[in-house]
Design a protein around this ligand. Structure first.
Ligand code: FAD
Length: 392
């Protein structure tokens, strides 16, 4: 059976573009896909400001499975996303994530390890001696252990992945409209049309909210309270005179995380919840680097005592207030309104699985490949949080 609905996706970042790709590639789809995107430069959304990290080390099986699919997808990316047979290069660097733990964090690290191994993740547990041997530039004096990804983790160029999805979707017939969505017309439990800021109305068979940090505004047009907010994250790049061999993506027990980027390093850290307001500005607090981040860096890697701050950027992500996990699928009362929101800091790597999942829901009314029903909107109402222990 072919589905011939007109699907409108609000937001053309990596999530909206992946959904557009998976819909238009399907033999079961015979409708139209229109992606409404207000920022054709894609400069200000989450995707353009992402670290592009992909990891298997989550504590929720569904999050692990989504990243496993990302690996599989990346391994065949040219077959999936090339428009002319030329190789698609998203500058993927395969390198493990290294989660470091103090004494009190060991039980959670071991618990996560059991779940990860159960899902087939290739990950190793290290004690302090292993850490000192494997990463001689690391200060392990206050560490009890760590968890290191042996396969299937790394980072890529987020912009390149996004553009590859977008170009392929367009080549398969998706239309990208540079416009700002400003409202929804709903009647009898259905979205009938999207209103643009210039007053134009676009009728639809189904609408997908892929508006990233603006997701709750779009939901509010349908009278839905979506507990997803825009939260600012700062990234800093620095150089170091000494070479740090085979540096993985390191997550310090404090939450400060760093990784190499060419000849330099990137570093970031999520603020404490009490210092993490809803935010849409792009201001950079350099004092935070000097007072909070740099002392932790210098303690963890003595060579980082002498570093030069090179650059900084601010980005926002769609922070799910309930549990920092995705909200996926239709609204229980407005069945043709789909959420693809709330990914917090792991939406880039989830984009292939989410695009496939939302396409399956629209086309078949249920998940076919990976059951992601735990992430449905209903948990936002029942407040049954999915407790993911490994949120970076
Ligand atoms: C600093 C930082 C580091 C990150 N690191 C990682 C990482 O290492 N790994 C990982 O997996 N994830 C990471 N993330 C998260 C990841 O980048 C996001 O989860 C992902 O990019 C979300 O994609 P999206 O398409 O939902 O959102 P976006 O890219 O924000 O796209 C939403 C789009 O909707 C458009 N839009 C909004 N409202 C409207 C409207 N009314 N009308 C028309 N268009 C509209 C916006 O212009 C925007 O382009 C990071 C994020 C940040 C900020």
């Amino acid at each position: 059976m072919q589905i011939s609905q007109d699907i409108v996706i609000i937001g053309g970042g990596v999530i909206g573009s992946s959904i557009a790709y998976f819909l238009t590639v399907s033999d079961d789809f015979d409708g139209t896909v229109t992606v409404i995107e207000k920022d054709p430069s894609f400069e200000f959304g989450s995707t353009g400001r992402s670290w592009g990290g992909v990891r298997q080390q989550f504590s929720t099986p569904e999050n692990i499975r989504m990243s496993q699919y990302a690996q599989e997808f990346l391994g065949n990316i040219t077959r999936h996303l090339s428009t002319d047979g030329a190789p698609v290069n998203v500058a993927y660097v395969e390198r493990g994530y290294l989660f470091l733990a103090k004494d009190w964090q060991i039980p959670v690290l071991y618990g996560n390890h059991t779940i990860q191994r159960g899902e087939g993740v290739e990950v190793g547990l290290l004690d302090a001696d292993d850490l000192a041997r494997g990463f001689p530039w690391l200060n392990v004096s206050d560490l009890a252990g760590g968890s290191f990804g042996l396969k299937g983790e790394g980072w890529l160029d987020a912009y390149s992945l996004h553009q590859a999805f977008r170009k392929k979707a367009i080549s398969q017939g998706a239309k990208y409209l540079t416009a700002e969505a400003a409202g929804l017309t709903c009647d009898k439990g259905q979205v009938l049309a999207i209103t643009l800021s210039d007053g134009t109305e676009i009728s639809c068979g189904a609408v997908v909210n892929a508006a990233g940090p603006a997701a709750s505004d779009v939901a509010a047009w349908a009278g839905i309270d979506l507990a997803v907010r825009s939260r600012k994250r700062l990234g800093f790049s620095f150089s170091c005179r000494e070479s740090i061999d085979h540096c993985p993506l390191v997550i310090d027990p404090s939450g400060v995380h760093f990784r190499p980027e060419g000849q330099q390093f990137l570093v970031g850290c999520s603020p404490d919840p009490e210092n993490d307001p809803d935010c849409t500005d792009f201001e950079i607090d350099y004092g935070w680097f000097d007072e909070h981040i740099w002392p932790i860096l210098a303690h963890r890697v003595p060579a980082f005592e002498a570093i030069k701050l090179e650059n900084a950027w601010a980005g926002h992500y769609a922070y799910n207030l309930l549990d920092q996990n995705a909200v996926l699928g239709p609204h229980p009362d407005i069945r043709n309104f789909y959420f693809a929101n709330g990914f917090s800091g792991h939406g880039l790597q989830q984009s292939p699985a989410v695009g496939r999942a939302i396409a399956e829901l629209i086309l078949f009314g249920g998940y076919r490949s990976l059951d992601l029903s735990r992430f449905s909107f209903s948990r936002m109402v029942t407040e049954k949080a999915i407790l993911e222990h490994n949120v970076v």
